[in-house]
Design a protein around this ligand. Structure first.
Ligand SMILES: Nc1ncnc2c1ncn2[C@@H]1O[C@H](COP(=O)(O)OP(=O)(O)OP(=O)(O)O)[C@@H](O)[C@H]1O
Ligand SMILES: [Mn+2]
Length: 542
């Protein structure tokens, strides 16, 4: 009997011979018992001695084999255990599969993401160090009255008193506790009053954290659909009259956008809205309104409190018992694209609302580098390398900071891979001399495996950048402030980070890769032209 194990073939041969000889030995013994012992010994002397020796060898090899087999099986068990530790099950959590009840789903996703967190530990001290850096502490609060978006009327100035704040005491709303003193203002009002010509909020503004916390936990007293825009979103109202723009989760955080979707038919992502707020703040812009993640009970916090009949009519129960709704909009508002709770819990982003348009009107500007929004046509800028020359001569890009502000927005968009910046807005009251509001980042962070170089075109064609922006980008490329590390740390503060990290690790690595690309593009500009840097920080050394 030959045991077919590699390296044991020789041993097998001996076993074979041993077996053969032992049979022969037995046979000879039988003959010897019946006939002459001497004759028997003469017949089998040599063969049987060899047989006995081979049998001994066989027994020892078999013993070794047994030990080896035992060790092998023990090793195999260890391998399986280590695989369990490093390879989580790849649950298929596509939209079609999203009807599973919450606990198992959340557990599966959490497991997967916990592992990714291990891959890149959260390092809050790096973020702290970044925000303490002089480059983040350059702006002094505006000193001119004209630089604030809103003003609190002094008590007697126009014959009004605190009663002007009082509403018709609607059910569910808090009684108004605030007066003209800033100390009494709710966080959303403080946020509005803190908007200036240069930014939406100040660096290290303590009110931002309080505002985010309120958005994340405050009771929702009303939910109506937001008109305008292409995809479903709701305006939520809180008991203190604060409001938020809610965008529901439409795809899982780790999913990459389908390669065959055009940028204009891509889904909006709630986590992109959240991540954009953090990225914009890390870049030192502070031009995205504060955004936070929240789990919403779609029945208690939307259906039961909505006064929007059109929205209410679109609620239904899915075949597996989850509560879904789809609202009314021009993209993805149908039963097939409904957003569903698990069974009624839905993840989403809540952006602090800007002051009402009646109080502070905004101006909408067409982005000169807007895409064609057609499947086949290219925009003029895509075929004209000198396109920026004409933009630079056209108001408002021919004066002030508008062009470098647009380049700032371009850099934000390239880093987060947002191709959907067709328009941007400014506060009308500030005229042309103001920052650009970075609203609507829902189509960012769709792909991490691919960068979109065309987003960087304004920078490449104009070769112009603020010195403060360039300095911060260089800082973020250093290991001690690495962009991916500070983003991971910043995002870990979001309440939804306990469910799963807000951005997948590959998205964070893509940020570092794209930052390198931006710095290389600037380097090429510096080698080619003399007038690349717009020095907005002349007093800053270096
Ligand atoms: N935080 C906010 N506060 C006030 N208004 C906002 C806020 N965010 C967005 N808006 C307004 O809501 C409108 C739609 O928002 P948004 O652009 O995010 O939606 P959208 O469906 O992605 O739109 P589009 O399809 O045109 O890109 C915009 O006109 C914008 O002015
Ligand atoms: Mn949009």
């Amino acid at each position: 009997m030959t045991v077919k194990i590699r390296g044991a073939t020789e041993t097998g041969k001996y076993c074979h011979t041993g077996l053969h000889c032992s049979v022969y030995f037995g046979f000879s013994l039988a003959v010897a018992l019946r006939t002459d012992w001497k004759l028997t010994m003469r017949v089998c002397r040599h063969r049987c001695l060899l047989g006995a020796f081979a049998m001994l060898l066989c027994a020892s090899v078999a013993l070794h084999l047994l030990v080896a087999l035992f060790l092998l099986s023990a090793h195999h068990t260890t391998c399986e255990l280590s695989q369990c530790l490093f390879t989580q099950p790849h649950d298929d959590l596509t939209s079609a599969n999203r009807s599973h009840p919450a606990p198992s789903h959340v557990a599966a996703v959490t497991g997967r993401w916990k592992q990714e967190v291990r891959a890149g530990e959260v390092n809050i001290t790096k973020l702290e160090a970044l925000f303490s850096h002089a480059l983040y502490n350059l702006h002094a609060p505006p000193s001119h009255d004209d630089d604030w978006l809103l003003k609190v009327r002094s008590k007697g100035s126009e014959g009004h008193n605190e009663e002007q704040w009082l509403s018709d005491s609607k059910e569910g709303y808090d009684p108004i506790q605030w007066n003209t003193s800033t100390e009494t203002h709710p966080p959303w009002l403080r946020f509005h009053l803190g908007i200036s010509r240069w930014q939406l909020y100040q660096h290290r503004d303590a009110n931002v954290a309080v505002l985010l916390q309120q958005l994340a936990i405050n009771r929702i007293v009303s939910a109506v659909q937001k008109t305008g825009g292409t995809q479903l979103k709701l305006v939520l109202t809180f008991p203190n009259y604060g409001q938020a723009l809610f965008k529901p989760m439409k795809q899982e955080r780790y999913e990459e956008t389908n390669m065959n979707l055009f940028y204009f038919s891509d889904f909006e992502r709630h986590n992109a809205e959240i991540a954009a707020f953090h990225l914009d703040r890390i870049l030192g812009f502070r031009r995205v309104p504060p955004v936070v993640g929240r789990l919403i009970d779609v029945i208690k916090e939307i259906k039961d409190v909505t006064t929007d009949h059109k929205l209410a009519r679109t609620f239904f129960t899915s075949p597996v018992g989850n509560t879904c709704f789809y609202g009314q909009c021009s993209y993805y508002c149908s039963t097939e694209h409904a957003v569903c709770g698990r069974p009624r819990t839905l993840e989403g982003s809540l952006a602090a609302m800007l002051p009402d348009l009646s109080l502070s009107p905004r101006r909408t500007w067409r982005n000169p580098w807007r895409r064609s929004y057609s499947r086949s046509k290219l925009a003029l800028w895509e075929t004209t390398p000198t396109y920026c020359n004409s933009v630079k001569k056209t108001p408002p890009y021919d004066q002030g900071t508008r062009l470098v502000d647009l380049i700032d927005m371009t850099i934000l968009d390239f880093l987060q891979s947002n191709m959907d910046r067709h328009h941007y807005e400014t506060f009308e009251i500030f005229g042309n001399n103001t920052f650009l509001i970075h609203l609507d980042n829902g189509r960012a962070f769709g792909r991490y495996s691919k960068d979109e170089p065309s987003i960087l075109t304004p920078l490449v064609q104009c070769c112009r950048i603020r010195r403060s922006t360039l300095s911060r980008l260089r800082l973020l490329s250093l290991p001690e402030y690495r962009l991916s590390d500070v983003m991971r740390a910043s995002l870990s503060h979001d309440p939804l980070a306990t469910v799963a990290p807000m951005l997948a690790e590959p998205h964070l690595s893509a940020l570092d890769r794209r930052l390198d690309t931006v710095l290389q593009a600037i380097q090429r500009c510096l080698l080619q032209y003399g007038d690349v840097i717009y020095d907005d920080i002349p007093n800053y050394p270096g």
